[in-house]
Design a protein around this ligand. Structure first.
Ligand code: FHN
Length: 421
């Protein structure tokens, strides 16, 4: 072995379908953008005289708002500030390779032109247009894979939709009817009317047996065989694995998977939430997730006018700047070949180990245990600066220069002889 460690025993398979054609772009992408946008974005964490914090997209449920009353919000939903090209441009500048937006969240409102219901942005809101048409095109124009989030079971607007709503009693619900008349027809619309989708991000499965779920997704797959389905379709039938919200696995995981985080403390826009992750925190999260072998999908919550929080714009652009310098150590990589170190984490490509230096040791000597392969060189990534190192059995030590180009996360690239199997 080129790398002495006992981690491989702990690596587990992520499940899913390893032969799916969409997995190539997905596993190389590493960084995606999640967008929660719906009527709750207009409310911004306020319902009547009360304020809510965290998970703004749950406000209908948390405020126990009656469905008919909540539906009135649509009449004031008019996101004139929405600019698909601007969104896609920020996403590209942030360095994300895919973008996933809520077509319908648990509130039940369709943010796209749907023939299945009147409760959509075209018919129920003064906006009267389909923002998803423009956004799907803008993403493709900017080289970004486009996908839809769709809440396939929870729907608080529908008498037969899943979840705890205050108007409709669970015991009276006919989930089959809901799937037949809304969920499945809408998924078909999404897979038909917006060009080739990178993925459909299902969330919170329920109300179907494994056989019924399989029948549903088999029929959906016929519409777009290249489109990936997230694991939250349930019953182990997804093509890649999503971890829990705000969760990074403790050890590297083989296969295609994703960690999902939100930029502040909520998925949907909350006006009084300014707890945004700094560029440094985002970069560390990204390199940490990549060091375990997965993708980070980071969420932003635009407001009811269609504008992103300024902090999200600024901090994402700062992340994109870092990626311009160090993207080679993120895109197309696999998990690091040595465990996390006091100074940071690693990612890898054939013949290369990328060292993400989060903390500079006081004596500026970076200790890299567990490399048995012959080290050829260690450089600062993106420069020609070669660093002096010594290699002894079990430990390589590299002398860091007095100043590093990026105190948050400079990346060194170690080239070694041989192929890691
Ligand atoms: O309940 C939702 C929540 O609002 C949000 O959409 C997250 C994102 O992963 N998913 C659900 C909870 O797992």
């Amino acid at each position: 072995a080129l790398f002495a460690q006992d981690m491989p025993d702990m690596w587990t398979k992520s499940g899913g379908n390893p032969t799916h054609p969409g997995l190539k772009w997905f596993t190389e992408a590493k960084f995606g953008l999640f967008i929660h946008w719906g009527l709750y974005s207009k409310l911004g964490g306020r319902w009547k005289d009360s304020s809510y914090y965290g998970s703004g997209e749950w406000i209908m449920n948390r405020a126990k708002a009656p469905a008919a009353e909540y539906a009135q919000v649509a009449k004031t939903f008019n996101p004139q500030g929405f600019d698909a090209d601007e969104w896609a441009t920020i996403a590209r500048e942030a360095g994300v390779k895919y973008l996933v937006i809520t077509a319908k969240h648990h509130e039940g409102f369709s943010m796209f032109d749907s023939k299945v219901t009147d409760f959509d942005i075209v018919k129920a809101s003064p906006y009267g247009k389909d923002p998803m048409k423009a956004l799907s095109r803008a993403c493709r124009d900017n080289g970004i894979q486009f996908g839809f989030y769709y809440s396939q079971f929870l729907d608080w607007h529908e008498p037969n939709g899943g979840g705890n709503s205050w108007d409709f009693k669970t015991k009276d619900k006919d989930y089959q009817q809901y799937y037949r008349t809304k969920s499945i027809p809408q998924l078909r619309e999404l897979l038909t009317n917006y060009g080739p989708l990178g993925l459909v991000w299902f969330d919170m499965p329920g109300g179907l047996t494994p056989e019924q779920t399989k029948r549903m997704i088999d029929s959906l797959r016929l519409l777009q065989p290249n489109c990936l389905f997230s694991s939250r379709v349930g019953h182990g039938l997804g093509d890649y694995r999503d971890f829990g919200d705000s969760e990074v696995p403790p050890v590297p995981i083989d296969g295609a998977w994703e960690s999902i985080y939100t930029h502040n403390d909520s998925w949907g826009y909350i006006q009084h939430d300014l707890n945004f992750k700094s560029p440094e925190e985002i970069i560390h999260l990204l390199s940490n997730v990549a060091s375990k072998g997965g993708n980070l999908m980071l969420n932003v919550g635009p407001d009811g006018d269609g504008k992103w929080p300024q902090y999200s714009i600024n901090y994402l652009k700062a992340t994109g700047k870092w990626l311009q310098q160090y993207g080679e150590s993120i895109y197309g990589t696999t998990y690091g070949l040595i465990p996390a170190q006091p100074w940071g984490v690693t990612t890898s490509k054939p013949g290369k180990l990328f060292l993400h230096v989060w903390e500079t040791p006081a004596n500026r000597k970076l200790r890299i245990p567990g490399v048995d392969a012959k080290v050829k060189s260690i450089k600062i990534l993106g420069t020609r600066q070669t660093l002096t190192f010594t290699q002894q059995p079990g430990e390589t030590t590299v002398q860091l220069p007095v100043t590093l180009p990026d105190t948050r996360n400079t990346v060194l690239v170690m080239e070694y002889d041989g192929q890691q199997s």
